[in-house]
Design a protein around this ligand. Structure first.
Ligand SMILES: NC(=O)c1ccc[n+]([C@@H]2O[C@H](COP(=O)([O-])OP(=O)(O)OC[C@H]3O[C@@H](n4cnc5c(N)ncnc54)[C@H](O)[C@@H]3O)[C@@H](O)[C@H]2O)c1
Length: 255
């Protein structure tokens, strides 16, 4: 059986639980023929346990995307395992508790800086760490939550996602000459660990029950994973700096 990622080698960050968007991305990627390698934070053992539920085994490498030593050694470790890379998935987001859940006006800069470092700047860090292994046709894909709007409870993750979206466009600009693409999937709410750490996330997700043209299932990360796999494939060869919405259509509803 042939798949749209046959022969492709893909690095996937962000597999923490079975509810992780990255887990479903990894599953669909393997089903579509990719050879994958996972990165893990905070502990490889957690990711290794979840990786056992994938269709095929996948090697796990520790990566704190804010740790320069981890970033420096990444390409060497991946090269030993896979040789080269055709795609990279950035499925990473974090903000401290005082940057979320209604504390927007009082959040200290240190917490904002952490959110920006882990959630936005890291796309550039990861892209540059993997670039030596990538060539013409390579694809980088990240995940955003529509940063055009001010959402309830999302607070400083909103500006962090706005920064991520801009970072993706600048990466697309600067990496295009090497034939590399950089795109984002803008996903609707999914009940993952990251989502559960946002106090009042249910209130935010409620919007989808009333406004989504397509029925939205918060417990199903696979639609986002499938879109990521499509962007990793050769079926979007001239698309870069783009944001594909996988949100049931909420982004285009006026009321
Ligand atoms: N869940 C949603 O509703 C939703 C909606 C749109 C976009 N997203 C985005 O999707 C991505 C994945 O989130 P998820 O919902 O699958 O949740 P998740 O909790 O499963 O994944 C978040 C991941 O970020 C990783 N991470 C945090 N700090 C890190 C660091 N310093 N270094 C490396 N990795 C680190 C965690 O290990 C975890 O695997 C995030 O960018 C998130 O903002 C989520």
């Amino acid at each position: 059986m042939s798949g749209i990622l046959d022969g492709k080698r893909i690095l996937i960050t962000g597999v923490l639980m079975e509810s992780s968007i990255a887990f479903h991305t990894a599953k669909v990627a393997q089903e579509q023929g990719a050879e994958i390698i996972l990165t893990a934070f905070p502990r490889p053992t957690l990711t290794e346990r979840i990786a056992k539920k994938l269709p095929r085994p996948a090697k796990v490498i520790e990566l704190d995307v804010t740790n320069p030593e981890h970033l420096d050694r990444l390409a060497g470790l991946v090269k030993d395992e896979l040789g080269s890379l055709d795609g990279v998935v950035h499925s990473i987001g974090f903000a401290p508790q005082d940057a979320l859940g209604g504390n927007f006006l009082n959040t200290p800069f240190e917490s904002v800086a952490t959110a920006m470092h882990v959630s936005a700047f890291s796309l550039k860090s990861l892209a540059m760490a993997c670039k030596p292994l990538m060539g013409e046709g390579g694809s980088i894909v990240g995940l955003t939550f529509d940063a055009q709007f001010a959402w309830p409870q999302y607070d400083w993750m909103g500006p962090a996602k706005a920064a991520l979206e801009a970072t993706s466009r600048y990466l697309a600009r600067d990496l295009g000459k090497e034939g590399l693409r950089c795109n984002l999937v803008s996903a609707g709410p999914i009940g993952s660990m990251a989502a559960k750490s946002i106090p009042g996330f249910g209130e935010l997700a409620e919007v989808w029950n009333t406004r989504s043209p397509l029925a939205w299932d918060m417990s199903d990360p696979e639609p986002a994973g499938r879109a990521i796999v499509a962007l990793l494939s050769d079926f979007f060869p001239k698309t870069t700096g783009e944001i594909i919405h996988v949100d049931g259509g909420v982004h285009m509803m006026g009321a």
